[in-house]
Design a protein around this ligand. Structure first.
Ligand SMILES: [Mn+2]
Length: 454
């Protein structure tokens, strides 16, 4: 059932669609500006696909943030319609100065929400209707809503690729995302099935697929090809072939044994049945686009979203493999080196170029594999010249005991000339390198206070 607030958002998106249609019909090039992560790239992808199907034209730029210099450049452009995806809601005033019409499809918190939006602007944002922009819908979903009246249900899968990229679906699909999912399942363009959540099921030999399954992590298997092979050998399961090629009895046995290690390994999986095997699983698709984003190959990611199944896919695949190998090596590194333990927190530090890119993910996996003590929040520190990039991760168990890494990192970084913040379970910060020790000690103290207060 669609609720009232959802209806209001859908109506606003319809208004945006009318505007988009009008410009396509007038043969105007649609100017799209979107964000450089998996959600932003998919959001641009959904938009471009719909415009192309309407025989319209577009010009896309993918940027990390809507910084002043980016805005200043755009303000000089002469397009008749600008579409901002995954950004823009925090810059309503400058965007309102654009000469052309504007659509903003953004799920981030908006400022001056009470002020009347400028007349040339249609603002599609869930926060304006009391919906949650962190779990109900992502930017790719808002792009989808904007083109939904054109009835391209085959784009529902791509809309969900972005939602997975923004981790909106880890506790199941809800809100607007669910409406999108139902569009897809109703039209047969998205499939949901209870299944093992093993990565690269149709691509890699089983022992590798298991070793490369990072979410959820499987103890003594994730990040450990040797361990994975031993596990399968003991069970008498053919480890050298792909999961999809296993006999049914083997699949059943594997399922039973994996659930014994981590029950989260079994659950809903989402796929796009019409896609090529490599992109069929929506989470795998999202990881591939994410790898493009993280490596600043936005064009490659966008090309895949708009249908290149050849060169771009090969390039993205290589990026994903590199990322995967980084994680596997990182897990080995943590197993060997461990963390440095303070009273209430633990930390890991690196200056290694490759490892720096995956520290946050490594800490999550480390906690789940229990190669890092799950009883203490993990702070990762990556040195970049004069600053240190920090990410913090903890467990649900500890947040229930009062730990809030978002406020801990915010307070501690502010005290030492940096910035930070985030959620209670995952947060980030940046501080000057010379203040790293002091910062760590303060985080340790803040976490102690948080634990004592509850
Ligand atoms: Mn987003």
């Amino acid at each position: 059932m669609i609720q009232k607030q959802q209806h209001s958002l859908l109506n606003k998106a319809e208004e945006a669609c009318d505007l988009l249609r009008k410009h396509i019909e007038s043969d105007h090039v649609v100017r799209i500006i979107s964000h450089n992560d998996a959600d932003g790239i998919s959001a641009a992808g959904v938009m471009c696909n719909a415009i192309a199907r309407q025989e319209g034209k577009f010009h896309v730029t993918i940027v990390p943030r809507l910084k002043d210099d980016v805005l200043a450049k755009i303000l000089k452009e002469k397009y008749k319609l600008f579409v901002f995806c995954d950004m823009g809601s925090a810059s309503l005033t400058p965007i309102g100065r654009l000469k052309g019409d504007v659509i903003i499809a953004d799920h981030h918190q908006t400022i001056d929400s009470k002020a009347e939006p400028p007349e040339n602007l249609v603002h599609v944002n869930p926060h304006l209707y009391g919906l949650d922009g962190t779990s109900d819908v992502s930017a790719s979903g808002l792009s989808y809503l904007t083109v939904r009246p054109m009835d391209y249900k085959e784009l529902a899968g791509l809309a969900l690729v972005g939602a997975f990229g923004d981790m909106q679906c880890s506790n199941g699909i809800e809100g607007i995302n669910k409406i999108i999912l139902e569009d897809g399942t109703g039209a047969g363009t998205v499939e949901v099935r209870d299944d093992l959540k093993i990565a690269y099921k149709a691509q890699e030999p089983l022992y590798k697929a298991l070793a490369y399954t990072f979410n959820p992590a499987i103890k003594e298997i994730t990040g450990d090809e040797e361990g994975s092979r031993t596990f399968l050998e003991k069970l008498g399961i053919s480890y050298g072939i792909k999961f999809t090629e296993l006999a049914n009895e083997e699949k059943d046995l594997l399922k039973e044994e994996l659930i014994r290690i981590n029950p989260n390994i079994f659950g809903s999986t989402y796929s796009i049945p019409q896609e090529i095997p490599q992109l069929r699983n929506i989470e795998d698709y999202s990881k591939l686009i994410d790898a493009c984003g993280k490596n600043k190959k936005h064009g490659v990611g966008l090309s895949i979203c708009i249908g290149d199944r050849d060169g771009s896919l090969k390039e993205a695949d290589l990026l994903l493999k590199t990322y995967r190998d980084n994680i596997v090596q990182g897990i080995g590194w943590i197993k060997k080196e461990g963390s440095i333990v303070l009273r209430n927190i633990q930390y890991i530090y690196t200056a290694d170029k490759k490892r720096k890119k995956v520290m946050g993910t490594l800490s999550s996996i480390g906690l789940e594999l229990e190669i890092l003590d799950p009883e203490k929040p993990v702070i990762t520190l990556s040195r970049m010249d004069n600053i240190v990039k920090i990410s913090g991760r903890t467990t649900k168990n500890l947040t229930e005991k009062g730990v809030n890494l978002g406020s801990a990192l915010e307070d501690a970084s502010k005290s030492f000339g940096g910035t930070g913040g985030g959620h209670n379970i995952a947060a980030g910060a940046v501080v000057p390198y010379r203040n790293m020790e002091n910062f760590l000690n303060l985080v340790d103290d803040v976490v102690e206070t948080q634990l004592k207060a509850s």
